[in-house]
Ligand binder design. Structure first.
Ligand SMILES: CCCCCCCC/C=C\CCCCC/C=C/C(=O)SCCNC(=O)CCNC(=O)[C@H](O)C(C)(C)COP(=O)(O)OP(=O)(O)OC[C@H]1O[C@@H](n2cnc3c(N)ncnc32)[C@H](O)[C@@H]1OP(=O)(O)O
Ligand SMILES: Cc1cc2nc3c(=O)[nH]c(=O)nc-3n(C[C@H](O)[C@H](O)[C@H](O)COP(=O)(O)OP(=O)(O)OC[C@H]3O[C@@H](n4cnc5c(N)ncnc54)[C@H](O)[C@@H]3O)c2cc1C
Length: 701
């Protein structure tokens, strides 16, 4: 028997098993049979797994970054998955109060594990990630502590960090107000120095100065780093961070002068509603002078302002740190959605049955592949650019500690730009995965609605994505304007070759010609350079540069996107120049890298054509190559998503189950819905029966 014959047999066998299992479930409802008799333990995706052309265990390590990173993450994932305290499937059905209480319970259980098992900070971070429920602890560990670490003096760190790290105080990051989020310099909360008492008076002078949004503020935090206008001697000295106690450490009641609460329900069921985003007002609340974070500026006992030799922008340092983590998080969110959509696409069959044989797996439709595989490739691309960005951030941090501030502007531009690029793409990608799963993707049990609802605010928090791309644009315009006398370095080094990038056109002549890293990078460099230079030329026509910047801002955003896409493509290619062990691992990643780059080239071909770098023929050859690449991804699709090493608990999706046992489990889950507790719905006798029994007088009806 040939290979195709074997495959047909095994597929048919899988189908029969699925069918039997479904029958068992159907009977379970009608005849009280044991549901456990469905085909549990059968791997419906085993045929797919046999198609892999690479070593999946080695790919898991490549995805995790190292063997140690893989083992750590795997350990934490299993710890959470095997602990019933972290059950999350009922979350979307809980009311707000139950939801928050449940989250507090999970956070407490998580902390107990961290303490009892003496987990390291890294292990604890992964544990929280796999608990997979937004909670006040995200902000405590993710922003409050980093703000003190980055902006506090040595003395302040010595006092506050041990308290925070032992969770003897709980903190949040209170920057945004009702009236201003993006415009940080426009914040209205005041911190006025009182030289008589050596204190700051924290005050909310207007309604719009109310702090609004900080996570963990609403119900959990005892403390906050509050961003406020520093006023000394009646003069404004910029926005600074202040550590302010909000609630009693005994009974958690708000301290005198503090008004604090939750801002209310947000988008989706469950989702981000496990977080107590809060509102906060101060009525002349006094704090000691040494609670202003003083690494950047100091206020002396006499009321003098002293500036350190660190740049003022360091006050924004926590945002740079968090934006970097958000890029890493984008690859997690996108890979989760892609894992669900890929596994389900291999299980789902529609049309194409011949002679009574099985129908076509929807993953075999070219349209499905052209929507799904670029998302799969992007998940890998974001993973590797996130890894690089973490390195960049660590490097900047070390330089800052040694008073070298030269790379801060680039770190700001890269974190802002990549945060924007990856979160926007991921938010759209999760929704695309929902559509790739057809109707079942709309069920909460698919995991996709909640993932989408939790994820989309990432396009807004830590900086609105458009506002952040405009920051990248400022950096690019500055780089272009300085080209005559300053050699660009780092991610803008390519601008140093601007003359040739403006002149040379693409040399690719065949579809295979696109399988060349040099050709790909040059195409992205030329497009980015040409778009930035064009913006620079347009801007030069304006007398007032700010007016020109505002007028051209939509074009500037596009130039920033081109620059950021170049970074992602280049970092993927650089990753492939490293030693990546494991049979077929590097080759498979190369295919994904080309899929990512050529998909972008196809999607944005308007840019590549309009800048004159590509001819329509060359763009069309790139698309031909892309189709060929999809065929190369196809046999590896399931094992590429297995390589994320996600537990079924973390995925939280019936459609994305590792064993592919989708239909019986969907059926079983439906019967667990509280609506199905009784056959006759609550409210039937009050609201439905009277309609059924009515005697209508209107003849026409
Ligand atoms: C199912 C469960 C799943 C769980 C998933 C959990 C996911 C977990 C991941 C993450 C958790 C995240 C939790 C989210 C919490 C959210 C928190 C927040 O949102 S905090 C608030 C964030 N706010 C912002 O980001 C505000 C945005 N605005 C700004 O950053 C700035 O004001 C600005 C718009 C960038 C600048 O405005 P402006 O033009 O007025 O600038 P100036 O203040 O005048 O400064 C100009 C110069 O400073 C440079 N600059 C600006 N920012 C920085 C910076 N950060 N670092 C370095 N330099 C900076 C700027 O470039 C100018 O430089 P020059 O041109 O003068 O050289
Ligand atoms: C779930 C969630 C959690 C959050 N957690 C926290 C937290 O823990 N702590 C905290 O301090 N904050 C938090 N925030 C607030 C968040 O940081 C802000 O909402 C964010 O920075 C955007 O600011 P904004 O709301 O003022 O938007 P706006 O700036 O008002 O944006 C509205 C629109 O105006 C556009 N726009 C604004 N400025 C410009 C410009 N210069 N040029 C062109 N277009 C512009 C934007 O693109 C957007 O389309 C959170 C927000 C959310 C949604």
């Amino acid at each position: 028997m040939g290979l195709s014959g074997i495959s047909l047999l095994t597929t048919t066998y899988s189908l029969i098993l699925q069918h039997q299992s479904l029958l068992l479930c159907l009977r379970a409802k009608g005849f009280g049979l044991d549901l456990k008799k469905d085909m549990e333990g059968v791997d419906y995706l085993s045929d797919e797994r046999k198609k892999a052309q690479f070593d999946v265990e080695a790919m898991k390590i490549a995805w995790a970054g190292s063997l140690e990173a893989f083992q750590l993450s795997d350990r934490m994932a299993k710890l959470v998955a095997n602990d019933p305290a972290f059950e999350k499937f009922t979350r979307p059905m809980l009311g707000r109060k139950e939801l928050i209480k449940n989250t507090l319970r999970k956070a407490a259980h998580g902390w107990k594990l961290i303490v009892d098992l003496r987990l390291t900070e890294e292990e604890a971070k992964w544990l929280r990630l796999y608990i997979d429920e937004p909670a006040y602890t995200d902000l405590h560990w993710g922003m409050f502590i980093p703000a003190i670490e980055g902006q506090g003096t040595e003395e302040q760190k010595k006092k506050w960090l041990p308290l925070a790290k032992k969770m003897q105080i709980i903190g949040c990051y209170a920057q945004t107000e009702l009236g201003h989020g993006s415009n940080v310099q426009g914040l209205e909360t005041t911190a006025t120095f009182d030289p008589q008492t050596d204190e700051f008076i924290m005050h909310s002078p207007t309604l719009t100065s109310s702090k609004w949004w900080p996570g963990g503020l609403g119900k959990a935090s005892t403390h906050a780093v509050v961003y406020a206008r520093l006023i000394v001697g009646g003069e404004f000295h910029g926005v600074h961070g202040f550590i302010v106690q909000l609630r009693s450490l005994d009974d958690h009641s708000p301290l005198p002068g503090v008004t604090v609460g939750d801002i209310g329900m947000k988008f989706g069921n469950g989702a981000y509603n496990t977080m107590d985003n809060g509102v906060l007002r101060f009525d002349h609340v006094r704090i000691p002078r040494d609670q202003m974070l003083m690494r950047v500026s100091q206020v002396t006992r006499e009321g003098k302002i002293m500036q350190s030799d660190v740049p003022r922008q360091l006050i924004y340092g926590t945002m740079v740190y968090v934006r970097q983590t958000i890029v890493a998080d984008a690859s997690k969110a996108l890979s989760r959605a892609v894992c669900i959509a890929t596994r389900y696409s291999a299980i789902r069959r529609q049309f194409g049955s011949r002679n009574g044989g099985p129908e076509t797996q929807v993953i075999d439709y070219k349209t499905q592949q052209s929507r799904l595989f670029p998302l799969l490739a992007s998940a890998y691309a974001f993973r590797f650019v996130g890894e690089w960005l973490k390195w960049l951030y660590t490097d900047v941090k070390e330089r800052l500690a040694a008073n070298d501030f030269s790379t801060l502007p680039e770190a700001h531009a890269c974190t802002a730009g990549l945060k924007s690029l990856t979160t926007s793409f991921t938010a759209d990608g999760i929704e695309e995965c929902r559509k790739l799963c057809g109707g079942h993707g709309y069920l909460v049990s698919s995991g996709l609605p909640e993932l989408f609802a939790v994820y989309i605010p990432a396009c807004t928090y830590e900086g609105d994505n458009v506002v952040l791309l405009l920051q990248v644009a400022r950096f690019l315009v500055k780089t272009v304007s300085e080209l005559g006398y300053k050699k660009p370095v780092g991610t803008t080094a390519y601008m140093g070759r601007v003359a040739s990038l403006m002149q040379n056109n693409c040399a690719v002549q065949t579809a295979e010609g696109w399988l060349n890293p040099g050709a790909v990078v040059e195409a992205f460099e030329s497009r980015a350079a040409r778009m930035a230079v064009r913006c620079g030329q347009q801007l030069a026509k304006y007398e007032n540069p700010e007016e020109g910047f505002a007028e051209l801002s939509a074009d500037l955003v596009e130039a920033s996107i081109a620059h950021c896409q170049l970074i992602v493509v280049s970092k993927f290619i650089e990753k492939l120049q490293q030693d990546i062990p494991g049979k077929g691992v590097k080759q498979t990643l190369e295919v994904l890298c080309y899929v990512y780059a050529l998909f972008l080239l196809h999607k944005h071909q308007g840019d590549f054509l309009a800048t004159g770098y590509l001819t329509p023929k060359q763009a069309s050859l790139a698309n031909d190559q892309l189709r060929t690449l999809y065929s190369k991804v196809r046999p590896n699709a399931i094992t590429l998503v297995d390589s994320f090493n996600y537990t079924d608990h973390y995925l939280g999706s019936i459609l994305g189950r590792y064993d592919g046992n989708v239909y019986p489990k969907l059926y079983e889950a439906a019967w667990k819905d509280p609506l199905n507790d009784s056959d006759v719905v609550d409210g039937f006798y009050e609201y439905v029966q009277p309609i059924l029994k009515q005697k209508l007088r209107t003849a026409k009806l």
